[in-house]
Structures are given as structure tokens and as C-alpha cells.
Design a protein around this ligand. Sequence first.
Ligand code: TXA
Ligand code: MG
Length: 327
Amino acid sequence: MIINNLDHAKRVLESNKNLIIPTETVYGLAGNIYSEEAISNIYELKKRPRNNPLIVHISSSEAMNLVAKDIPDVAYKLAEKFWPGALTLVLNKKDTVSDIITAGKSSVAVRVPNHKTTLELLDLLDFPLAAPSANPFGTISPTSAAHAYRYFEDTVDILDGGKCELGIESTIIGFENETPTIYRLGSLSVEEIEYHLGGIEIKNNDNSSPIAPGMMQKHYAPNTPLLLTDNVYKAIEGNKAKRIGLLLSNSDYTDNEKSTIIIINNKSNKTGAAKNLYSDLHQLDNLNLDMIIAEKWDESGLGKSINDRLTRASYNQKETNEFFTSA
Ligand code: TXA
Ligand code: MG
């Protein structure tokens, strides 16, 4: 059921049931961090491997101390600058945080989401909420209550908070010997972080032993094969697919004589493209297309994060190859 009532939301969570909550990045599948039942159910509902830890959502930076210890000064500095917001900090965990949440790690991921309804809800509760994105493992994240409903129907109540303002998951930062390192690119751009901290290392692609296991290569994937290219004309020319969805960053492709082409053009607007990225993919994926062709962005600002998600969504490139005459 899609709900609007905060008292109802509070009762659901206090009875150790799960609730889908809005955030400014994507919708999250939430549960009381102190309830083993609620946390176990998150993994069951998502079919998520138990080695992939969850993010803990708190109502303000003061609550960091509930779940984390030995917090480095630079983490406080980042929290002060960017919370509430699309930044997740990986900190040393306190013993009170269960190993199921952290997948046995000695660290815990924490953030204060920037969404009015969810902040109000967190204030009403006397426990933080663990919440991964509200989608089955490996699929496209939900950025509206309707997306989440399509995945979970009436198995979990959904608190409606409208369309997510940012549309891509939070940026994750960990501290190695107190040196900040980006583990996952996200809605907070590298440039914004560097503006306050100076140069920062990015360890976003370590697939063999992922620090943030959600960074495994195939992720955020539509069912329709997706090709990521920086030359849309060439990708369409050598292509046998009859029904194509085109997700453009800035080209003006209009020719649709050859195939049925559905075009979504973001016209160089990165903020808008990030906000709409998952809803565009959900939309194209529901049209029974042969393939989706997405045009790469330049790597500055949010372009880097959008390209990261599109690269992971295009991991089934082998399937897309069959549409090329010269594969
Ligand atoms: O924007 C977001 O971060 C959304 C909203 C709901 O807050 N949440 C989200 O959660 O994207 P999820 O579970 O889809 O992704 C969490 C990521 C995973 O890649 C996980 O591996 C990483 O956070 N993570 C969690 N705890 C960690 C830890 N202790 N150390 C390193 N990575 C961790
Ligand atoms: Mg996720």
C-alpha cells in the first residue's frame, strides 16, 4: 500500500516490519537497526547477498555516535558541510550495531538523508533505519513510489515522498588512515568534495574484492540490453535492432527512418539527466525494445556518476553485440 501518514509509518517500523521510505537520492527499503527480524527481511525481500552491508540512516550528525566510534575529524567536517545530503560515511562501528547490517565488517556506513518527510519520520522514531535502495538486487533503483510499487507491490508499505530530487545514490566515502577515499561515485560530485578537501582518491572499481560490494560490475541493469557509446550515429548505423531506445546526453539525433526509435534527450543538462536517469531506464525498459543505446557524458561533475551507472547497466554488452552486423 502507498501511504502518506507518518503515524502509520511509525507504527509499521516500531512493530519491526519493513517500510519503503523516500530520500533525495533513491527510495530505500527500511527497517529498525535494532530488530534482527526487520534487518533479515531486508535481505530476503531484496534477494541481496548477505555479504553486502546496509547503510544506516540517522536524523542528524549528533546521532553518528550511536553507531560509530573513533570518528576522524575530517568525517565531522564532511558531515557538517554535506549533511543532510547525498554523502555516506564509512566509519568504525560500535558493538551495538549488528553484524547482519555491516555484513561482518568492523565498519558501518551512515548518512543523514535530505528529505523532509523522512527526516520527520526519523525524528519520531527512537532508532535509526537501515535502508538499501528499494529494488531487487542488481535491478534499476526506484526514484518514485510507483517504481518501488512495481517491484514490491503490497508486500511492503511505501511512504510516498514524490519523485527523488537527485535520482542517483549517495556518494560513499571511507577513511583509510584518516585519509578520505571515494568508494562509490554518486549524487555528490567529486568536484564538490574536492572543493572542500583537496584531491581525493577514487576506489570505485575494485571488482575482485569490492570494498563496497554494491559496486560489483553488473548492477543497476535493465532487462533490455544496453549499449553505452560515445558515437550514437555509428552505434545505430551498424545495428540490426528494429526497436531502439536512445538516451542522449547532447547529440541531436533525430533520424528514425530505419528503426522505431524512442528518443530521450537530456540536452547537456546533467542535473536533470541524473534526476531522470533511473526513471528514463525504467520507462525504456517497459517498452519491449530490442536495445537501449545510451550516449556517454563528459566526465566532469555528475557526468562521472551518470557514466558509472550506465557502465554497470551496460554490463550485458555481449547480448547487445548480436544486434551488430560486424560484431
Ligand atoms: O543514496 C543511497 O545511498 C541510498 C538511499 C536509500 O540512502 N541507499 C543505497 O543503499 O544506495 P544500497 O544498499 O543500495 O547501497 C549501499 C552501498 C553498497 O554498495 C554497500 O556495499 C555499501 O553501501 N556499504 C554499506 N556498508 C558499507 C561498509 N561498512 N563499508 C563499505 N561499503 C559499505
Ligand atoms: Mg542499491
